[in-house]
Design a protein around this ligand. Structure first.
Ligand SMILES: *[C@@H]1O[C@H](CO)[C@@H](O)[C@H](O)[C@H]1NC(C)=O
Ligand SMILES: *[C@@H]1O[C@H](CO)[C@@H](O)[C@H](O)[C@H]1NC(C)=O
Ligand SMILES: *[C@@H]1O[C@H](CO)[C@@H](O)[C@H](O)[C@H]1NC(C)=O
Ligand SMILES: *[C@@H]1O[C@H](CO)[C@@H](O)[C@H](O)[C@H]1NC(C)=O
Ligand SMILES: *[C@@H]1O[C@H](CO)[C@@H](O)[C@H](O)[C@H]1NC(C)=O
Ligand SMILES: *[C@@H]1O[C@H](CO)[C@@H](O)[C@H](O)[C@H]1NC(C)=O
Length: 625
């Protein structure tokens, strides 16, 4: 028994732990190159939380990374998590670990939900300058929209598909060489980076309308530059830093400019500024203040009365006038003189900190408010009345997500479920087959059914079923099973998809201490015939109690060790026991790896963003300086 445990663990370590290098990232047997970022989740009140999944896009550096010849784990890019922080979809491999921003669900493009996001410009702008991407709910790219060349790179802040499903709003950054006349220095020249928006047609990518702050927002509105600021070359002073754009039913545009602390309404008729909220030249009598705001969006608007939401106090690293960030809903009445602005809802950042950079706020259909405070993926959900319901953040401080959203969503991947099966045993009486299954992006899997065949031409024999436990589910069955497959079943018993037929991996039988000549797969119908048509069970969990004769004691023990080892590896709290196990079997593993050669290359990344000041002025993608 001792020998069998040793060899079992040796073999398990080799397969499951080969990629194991850090505990703040997820790891999967079925997708070994994916190391998705983990969440810490904390619920204050589960009952009031709205249904839905989280849509986030972790990034490490705000600028694109050059390609590397080193092995890279997939962790950057669009991701969907459920409300327990379990992974539902990773698009990291599909989008080659590239930075993605503003990843969310769009419900205006037909009966099925779609996904939209900004794919940041490539590290080499000659390759591409970024796209607005639309995905179907089977995760295929349906549209890949470039921005008109003269409007620069596709900016990362906003890709706002409007409710009619015909056009989208994007933020744009442009450069002009100007004289500093507005600063009283008519003889001095500098480059100025202006901000604006473009509305693009979703079918043709044609620019329907666009607007530039240059000529509309005077230089003295900026709080970021003064007559004493040193002049700059191209692209120049980022004097407004536009970071969101929205449109109401009348057709007027709402833009947020972080470096003027102002939210502007721009007329669709002539491009004139209709009003300014906040900043030095506010047109409103306000009962609140705000600064360094993000994500200004209409909640309601009828021409004279507006309710807008935005993330307030998202101070940056140079200035923070405030000491706590908040999500703010304000009501504007433009029919009176002077116009009035009232704060009608405020949700403070739960940890009372400042959001150093970025963020967004989203009103959910049930009136809850979901906010992404950006750094380290910190998200929260409040009830409409202000009660804090939930907070979560990335376990790893290295990653952030510019925005984060919550939506109900049905994902129906067309790629089949992924599956790995492995066989283990020390003699023919205790053979077990372990299945690992996952289905990247499938939202409604409730159960997994498992099948095996006597050979590839035989009918599948039902082996058993188990509830889906996480992104990846493990199942253990007795016997050396081969030509295996799995079926994903929803809560109603509808089969959603089938994996391909896989061969089970087997260890080097001698080295795991197998007694006798190498085993061969069994005909599953000899041990599972009674199963067909009857309810199956997870052998590891229940068979031991339900049908004591079905599995001999040693197999039971083996399956239990397997399952417990696997669970220990999967859970953070298992790290301690994992370390113990690792120490215990390190010697054996070392010998084994000397023989096989150490294949795992250590993975290293450059400094994280915290060491950078690259966002001092430039969150927009056109600059990475
Ligand atoms: C910043 O947030 C704090 C706390 O939410 C609030 O008291 C303060 O008024 C805000 N200040 C500005 C300028 O918005
Ligand atoms: C806009 O809404 C406000 C408040 O609901 C209402 O008093 C006003 O009459 C509305 N105006 C128009 C033009 O519908
Ligand atoms: C925030 O500022 C207020 C007044 O400006 C001060 O009373 C309070 O202690 C500050 N809070 C923190 C956490 O710094
Ligand atoms: C996440 O939040 C917890 C408290 O909820 C905190 O202890 C931890 O430091 C935070 N981690 C990150 C990466 O922000
Ligand atoms: C067992 O049941 C499955 C479906 O439930 C069926 O496809 C298969 O042919 C059956 N196998 C045998 C050997 O009857
Ligand atoms: C189950 O069936 C019911 C009724 O047909 C349907 O409303 C529900 O959406 C189904 N659930 C799933 C998970 O497919």
């Amino acid at each position: 028994m001792l020998l069998s445990s040793v060899s079992l663990l040796l073999w398990l370590c080799q397969t499951a732990l080969a990629q194991y290098s850090s505990d703040d990232l997820m790891s999967f047997v079925t997708l070994p190159d994916v190391r998705a970022v983990k969440f810490n989740v904390h619920y204050e009140n589960r009952e009031l939380v709205s249904p839905g999944y989280w849509f986030v896009a972790p990034y490490l550096h705000i600028g694109p990374d050059p390609p590397s010849t080193l092995y890279e784990q997939y962790q950057i890019g669009p991701h969907i998590y459920d409300s327990e922080g379990r992974l539902v979809w990773t698009g990291s491999q599909q989008f080659e670990n590239r930075n993605v921003f503003d990843f969310k669900v769009v419900n205006s493009l037909g009966p099925d939900p779609h996904l939209s996001m900004v794919l940041q410009n490539s590290w080499d702008r000659n390759i591409d300058t970024g796209y607005g991407m639309i995905l179907t709910n089977d995760y295929h790219v349906q549209r890949k929209l470039p921005l008109r060349k003269d409007l620069g790179s596709f900016d990362i802040h906003e890709f706002n598909i409007l409710d009619d499903g015909k056009t989208a709003l994007v933020t744009v950054y442009l450069s002009h060489e100007i004289s500093l006349e507005e600063f009283g220095l008519p003889k001095e020249k500098t480059w100025l980076e202006s901000g604006g928006y473009a509305e693009i047609d979703l079918n043709t990518a044609e620019v329907v309308q666009w607007w530039d702050s240059y000529g509309h927002i005077p230089l003295p509105e900026t709080v970021h530059y003064s007559p004493y600021s040193p002049v700059e070359g191209h692209p120049g002073w980022d004097y407004v830093h536009v970071n969101s754009v929205d449109k109401n039913e009348i057709g007027d545009y709402l833009i947020s400019c972080r470096f003027t602390n102002t939210i502007y309404l721009i007329s669709c008729m002539d491009g004139n500024i209709m009003w300014r909220l906040g900043g030095i030249y506010s047109d409103f009598v306000q009962d609140f203040t705000f600064s360094k705001q993000h994500d200004a969006k209409f909640v309601e608007s009828n021409g004279t009365h507006h309710i807008i939401s935005f993330l307030n106090n998202a101070s940056d690293e140079e200035f923070n006038e405030e000491n706590m960030s908040s999500s703010l809903f304000v009501e504007l009445d433009t029919s009176v003189k002077p116009m009035t602005a009232k704060a009608i809802r405020r949700y403070n950042r739960p940890d009372h900190q400042l959001s150093r950079l970025r963020g967004n706020t989203q009103l959910l259909p049930n009136d809850n408010v979901f906010t992404c405070w950006s750094k380290e993926g910190y998200i929260s959900e409040h009830a409409g009345d202000g009660e804090l319901l939930m907070t979560a953040n990335f376990t790893s401080p290295r990653y952030s997500s510019y925005r984060g959203y919550k939506f109900e969503f049905t994902g129906r991947p067309t790629a089949p479920p992924d599956m790995v099966a492995s066989v283990y045993g020390t003699d023919e009486t205790n053979m077990v087959t372990t299945f690992w299954v996952s289905w990247n992006g499938a939202t409604d899997v409730a159960w997994w059914n498992f099948y095996a065949r006597a050979n590839e031409f035989h009918d599948p024999v039902f082996i058993g079923k188990t509830p889906r436990s996480d992104f990846e589910t493990m199942y253990i069955a007795r016997g050396y099973l081969d030509w295996v497959s799995a079926e994903a079943v929803d809560a109603n018993g509808t089969i959603l998809g089938k994996s391909e037929m896989h061969r089970s991996k087997s260890p080097d039988w001698k080295s795991v201490g197998y007694r006798g000549k190498s085993p061969i797969p069994v005909d599953p119908s000899t041990i599972y015939q009674e199963n067909n048509g009857t309810e199956g069970d997870n052998a590891a969990d229940k068979s031991a109690q339900k049908s004591p004769d079905a599995i001999d004691t040693q197999t039971q023990k083996t399956t239990q060790v397997l399952k417990h080892t696997y669970d220990a590896i999967r859970s953070i709290s298992g790290i301690f026991s994992f370390v113990l196990l690792l120490c215990l079997f390190f010697g054996v593993m070392a010998c084994y790896m000397v023989i096989r050669g150490w294949r795992v290359r250590l993975y290293q990344r450059p400094r994280t963003e915290d060491g950078y000041s690259d966002e001092r002025a430039h969150l927009a993608s056109p600059h990475e300086d």
